[in-house]
Design a protein. Sequence first.
Length: 381
Amino acid sequence: MTVRITKPELNIREKLAELDKLSGIAGEALLRAETPQEQFNLISAGRRNMIINGAMRVAQRGTTGTLNNGGGGFHSADRFFSQEEGAFTGAFTVSNDTDSPKGFSNSTKWDCTTADTSLAAADSIFVDYKLEGQDLQQLNYGTSDALEMTASFWIKSNKIGTYVFWLYQYDDSRQVQVQYTINSSDTWEYKTLVIPRDATGVIDNDNGAGLVLRFIMGSGSNYTGGTAPVAWQGLVDANRYVGQTVNLADSTSNYMNLTGFQLELGKVATPFEHRSYGEELALCQRYYQAGTEANSGNNNVTGNQYASSSCDGTIFLATEMRAVPTTVFSNTDVYHAGWTQDVTASVTRPRVNSFNIRCTHTGTAGYAVQIESDWTADAEL
């Protein structure tokens, strides 16, 4: 007797698709990845975040500053430049804030202290982050192999509405933007934005500015009257910030907090890549360094009275800087058989890894002197 057993056909793909949770969040992201490079990035094989100080922990210039009267500056967190343009009459306090989402200890806060309820046509308020061209060559811009990027960040504001995240490519003067919405007032929200690839514009392989990433906080009509550049295009001012509905300066009740800023290859956002404070500081010091009595005493150097009316000494920088920095001195004193205070100081032999401080000082040539001076060295983009 022959016994025949039959069973229904089983489609493994269909059965897997029916599962409520296919393979976890990470597994789903891997399955969505379209290239081996995206999968490589997702499993954290190598560095992912192109942003320095995205967790807003390093603030070499101080933890608070004022943004007003069409000015700009690196207030609070290193690498983030706040700017007001045009005839803007409002003001913001920019500060380091401990209000932050889970997993972070710091954020940067822009708090409106003087309102400008009606922005003039040429006005704009924004926060910039710039990247060197040589650090962007993996994007393959200007070729058929150009890659997408994903920006992700945590943001909080009382001001709900649509905001613009704008990118500008310096070498070929090209722009693109992505819009996002703050949905809930006074609530930390996580945003992920996919940046289109650019097969036309070429980013130069040098230490100059390759891209600027800009968070718009308000804009006049000169920059919102055209068509939103949702794909890379040549710069047209009227197209820049089309879609921005929020003016963060229209009330002194307004504020914005930002942290956890990450930029990575591919079209999938991965968890924020945390680095140690020491590593973040060293990366920031490529662009800015300071020597003060409170800053590890790196304002004190043994020098030489090389002539009867002047002396000099060499200050070595903590790390090689992006370019020869612009150096400023203050509170300069010289010791040689007694202190001479508040002498005139200037820089000589500037290099990317050191510079000489030369002081106007009367003394005996050939004798050693002690020089103390607060200084800053700036090589920002």
